[in-house]
Design a protein around this ligand. Structure first.
Ligand code: SF4
Ligand code: SF4
Ligand code: SF4
Length: 354
């Protein structure tokens, strides 16, 4: 089989079902009025026609992850003799994630740099990432708030995916991008796909032209450091923020966490859970001092991480994939693309006046 395949629409679910016999398959499922990534089963209603409300980051970076269990062993006959028994939780199943969007897949690459491309890789993230095949679905239209093309992505971006699927009138064109993606094409029920490539690329280009570009119009995103350091600007922009933290939880590129030991008498678990810089307690120090006590300072840090600090550390790569979830679902409609647009425009003005 070549690097591309085609599957008629009526065989798509059977294809997914076939994969689920060999791996844990996550797919976007409708639950109430939201779309969430869940393990595939025939009873679930799959939804591929809009991006999931919650990004699939939890498949590789669980919202709450037991790192290890511990047991405090004490010998009552010798009270000075104590020991601790540790049981690591490092067995990860083979996973196929189907229906993530190209921006979601790019989100995993933002995680990869600090979590795997370092001298001290995170074994939990790395283990799951290696076991996961990411099969992204090219978008057929941008959703409200999408701005992937402003941050060097596109509705058919290939970065971070093992295979890219494009929906056509009669079926799905599948392009394998890695060895893991090629494995998928060994599955039964697939036809040769090359004859559909041109049709798929035409459809992809049409969608790319539809994505709004609130900033980044002329190449690289440039953020005005002068405006970035202006507290009045942030205070005004963030006056309505509720500090609910939804933007960080929904974000496919936010990777901060907290660690807690959940204790029950003499045994317990060490658990890693998502955390986020929009919460007041996130930077609260044991002394009671908080270096970012105001919500505008927290948002400034969030934007700074994505558009200044991460690019400074990783060769200009932005840590926002433009998925637009934080724009769509912020209860008071704080719009990061609008704010970055102002920072970029101000940088442009500064350059012109030099
Ligand atoms: S940001 Fe781009 S890739 Fe992501 S859902 Fe929107 S159009 Fe698709
Ligand atoms: S989702 Fe909106 S209101 Fe909630 S913390 Fe983020 S910016 Fe503030
Ligand atoms: S900051 Fe907003 S638009 Fe950017 S990746 Fe996160 S949720 Fe998506």
């Amino acid at each position: 089989m070549a690097d591309t395949a085609f599957i008629p629409k009526e065989k798509w679910e059977a294809f997914i079902e076939g994969l689920s016999a060999k791996a844990l398959v996550y797919v976007p499922c409708i639950e109430g009025d939201t779309v969430m990534f869940r393990p595939f089963s025939k009873e679930k209603t799959l939804c591929f026609d809009r991006p999931a409300n919650i990004s699939p980051k939890g498949v590789i970076f669980p919202q709450s992850d037991t790192l290890f269990s511990f047991k405090f062993l004490k010998d009552p006959a010798n009270p000075q003799k104590v020991d601790i028994e540790l049981t690591e939780n490092k067995t990860f199943p083979k996973v196929i994630l189907i229906g993530s969007r190209p921006c979601d897949a790019k989100g995993f690459t933002v995680y990869d740099r600090p979590y795997t491309q370092t001298d001290t890789p995170d074994p939990y993230y790395k283990g799951r990432r290696e076991q996961t095949t990411v099969v992204s679905l090219a978008c057929q239209a941008p959703s409200a708030g999408c701005f992937c093309t402003s941050v060097e992505g596109s509705p058919a971006d290939k970065e971070g995916s093992d295979a890219l699927v494009t929906e056509l009138e009669k079926g799905y064109f599948i392009e394998a991008l890695t060895d893991k993606g090629k494995e998928l094409l060994k599955e039964g029920g697939l036809q040769e796909g090359e004859a559909y490539r041109a049709q798929a690329e035409k459809a992809q280009a049409a969608v790319e032209a539809m994505v709004p570009k609130p900033f980044g119009k002329e190449g690289k995103v440039q953020v005005s450091k002068e405006l970035f350091e202006n507290d009045e600007f942030w205070e005004k922009e963030l006056a309505k923020c509720l500090s609910c933290g939804a933007c960080t939880y929904l974000c496919p590129t936010c990777y901060c966490f907290n660690i807690t030991d959940e204790h029950h008498t003499e045994q317990g678990e060490r658990v890693r859970s998502w955390d986020g810089c929009m919460y007041a307690h996130f930077t609260l120090e044991a002394s009671g001092h908080n270096p970012r006590p105001a919500k505008f300072q927290r948002f400034k840090n969030r934007v700074g991480h994505k558009f200044l600090f991460y690019p400074e550390k990783y060769d200009g790569v932005l840590a926002c994939c433009g998925c637009g979830r934080c724009v769509r679902y912020c209860p008071v409609s704080v719009d990061i693309s609008e704010i970055v647009g102002k920072l970029q425009a101000s940088a442009g003005n500064a350059a012109q006046s030099e």
